[in-house]
Design a protein around this ligand. Sequence first.
Ligand code: F6P
Length: 513
Amino acid sequence: MTAALVAAEWARVFTLGKARGRIEALFEADGARAARMSRQACGMLYDFSKTSLTEQSLAALLELAEAAGVASARAALFAGEKINTSEGRAVLHPALRAGPRAVIELDGADVMPKVRATLSRMAAFAREVRAGAITDVVNIGIGGSDLGPMMASEALSPYCDGPRLHFVSNIDGAHIHDVLKGLSAATTLVLVASKTFTTIETMTNAATARRWMVARGADPAAQFVAISSAPETAAAFGIPAERVFGFEDWVGGRYSVWGPVGLSLMLGIGPENFAAFLEGAREMDTHFAQAALADNLPVLHALVGLWHHQVCGYKTRAILPYDQRLARLPAYLQQLEMESNGKRVSRTGAALSFGSGPVVWGAPGTNGQHAFFQLLHQGTQIVPAEFLIAMRGHEPELAHHHALLVANCLAQSQALMLGRDHAEAHRVFEGDRPSVTLAYDRLTPKMLGRIVALYEHRVFVEGVILGINSFDQFGVELGKELATALQPVLAGAEADLDSSTAQLVALYRAHQP
Ligand code: F6P
């Protein structure tokens, strides 16, 4: 890979982007467009035909991917090379789901025996808890230590037959207050999930939960579990070693649902369903690792993303699951995509010459149709939409609901693309608004694993082509440091502040008793 070659490929793609035609016309010109611009793998249909990509621009994007070294970067990821260069770490979340026979070496040692041992411990613990008297599990964590298991447990609610699951993340005391108020301390298990075990939100909430338990005569030593890659810090918090589930620093927080951070999910759906979730992700890993770039779902999904954001200049992308149980997927993907690819410099620290990751947002359909779809159809910004839709629901007795759901999903991508002429300006739909549709059979544990791994690898490929490190997150640090510095100021300490912050501090102080 040479920088000059990559730049030349980018230039070609940009030229093709400027010459792009109307999507509808592409369908008129090619009766087989849908088949040509769709791929099937891992039980999914990925349809990107309702975009302005042509065979020529797709070929150019694939050449860009080749020039940018996607194939070798992919090999380096799976081989455990230290591709998180700014932190000197490997990126081995695929190891967490690599299965019973895998051998993955890091610094000359196979990491898999430890991964499998931890998974077995988790399963044994989950079986014990699910068979016991615990009625409620409270996962305390934030970011990657919250969003994954929270999103997945809601997605897989038809499979949740264990204790009730609750998630506390926000440092706002309202969150933990509202969760704990309905629970019995005697039958509640608290999982403190934090990779670093220093995150202020999690440590504050964990201390509050411990006080809540002690005040009600329950024993936190027996009813607290720690999940962390800093087991000594967890032990110092007073959680016995047998209740600490560790993981390595080569698992990024936003990629951690597949290991101990997924313990709450495993407690809810059981070890067998959790194994199916891992198996689904493993299938997507295998597909990503082995399929040619032109047939590779994560690669194509990344190329569509780059086409829309970097080339066409669309500022955001909307994640629109027509699957109510995926309501938290947009929030999950916000961290996955924006924490990974929201960067301003390349791997080498040079300022990027084009935009990095887009703003990611979304909400489930059909609800969004009655809220923000107005802007999607008639607003002045074009927002590429990503529809997710299951062909079958979990409620056969409500199949008529599902048919309406599917009809609405398909109608929206049609309407976005086709638009409509009208004599009255307010009723004109310009159309030519792109979307992709990811269609799958049912939202089973295995399918969820495939979907999440698809997005993980999509983020990776976009990062490789943009030349950025998708695995650090220094952008979250400054705000944390300033919050720490402001705590004593709120309590009365002097500080040299800008006048806006000073005014807000004064207002806060004036409201304290
Ligand atoms: O502040 C961002 C972040 O570091 C995320 O990357 C991470 O998922 C989250 O905080 C929680 O971190 P931890 O698991 O160490 O508590």
